[in-house]
Design a binder for this molecule. Structure first.
Ligand code: ATP
Ligand code: MG
Length: 173
């Protein structure tokens, strides 16, 4: 199938607004004015973004925002769309980043247990993203926050294909 990314992201965020309120955080969604479609399964992609926003809220700090924004791929991959989830939370030490998508891997086991969950979220995210021909890019600065960017191939005929989505500082890796 083909998934309407703007609609899917709005719905994923709406589902998590109560969690944000509880954590005294805000959710902001910065969407382009043109339609953005990607080939894939809307339910699975919703699971991807709910997991990433759940993490951003869980490992974020009260009174900070979580921002979702889209970026067009730069050459050599202009037909990719990047969906970045940006938090201003605890961040992740560099050494841990390559292992985050392993099943049950958690940076600080004791602290993560307090926050709930099993350590499967990012393993599932990576699996689904790869099955959609995409990649997951993780950038983080301990004490500053993290940016998780999902890069997905755009559907043929998607308005974003013509470079209508303003490229941000995100990159393809
Ligand atoms: P689950 O997703 O199963 O509820 P979880 O959130 O602990 O549990 P993952 O989503 O796979 O598991 O994340 C793995 C680990 O990566 C987390 O335990 C946490 O240590 C770290 N992590 C994930 N997202 C962030 C983030 N936005 N900021 C800081 N650390 C993060
Ligand atoms: Mg998680």
């Amino acid at each position: 199938g083909t998934a309407d990314l703007r609609r899917l992201l709005s719905e994923a965020l709406d589902a998590l607004r109560p969690v944000a309120v509880e954590r005294r955080m805000t959710l902001a969604l910065d969407l382009p004015e043109v339609p953005v479609f990607v080939p894939g399964d809307a339910d699975q992609l919703t699971q991807v973004f709910q997991n990433l926003v759940d993490n951003a809220l869980k490992y974020g700090r009260p009174d900070t925002p979580v921002v979702l924004r889209l970026a067009q791929g730069q050459p050599p991959a202009p037909a990719m769309i990047g969906i970045a989830i940006v938090d201003r939370g605890i961040g992740i030490p560099r050494d841990h980043i390559p292992r985050l998508t392993e099943r049950f891997y958690r940076v600080n086991a004791a602290e993560s247990r307090n926050r709930g969950g099993t350590g499967l979220g990012l393993a599932i995210v990576k699996h689904i993203v790869n099955r959609h021909g995409g990649v997951l890019d993780i950038e983080s600065e301990p004490g500053e926050g993290s940016t998780f960017t999902v890069w997905l191939p755009l559907a043929a005929g998607s308005a974003a294909e013509d470079g209508n989505v303003v490229p941000l500082r995100a990159r393809v890796s």
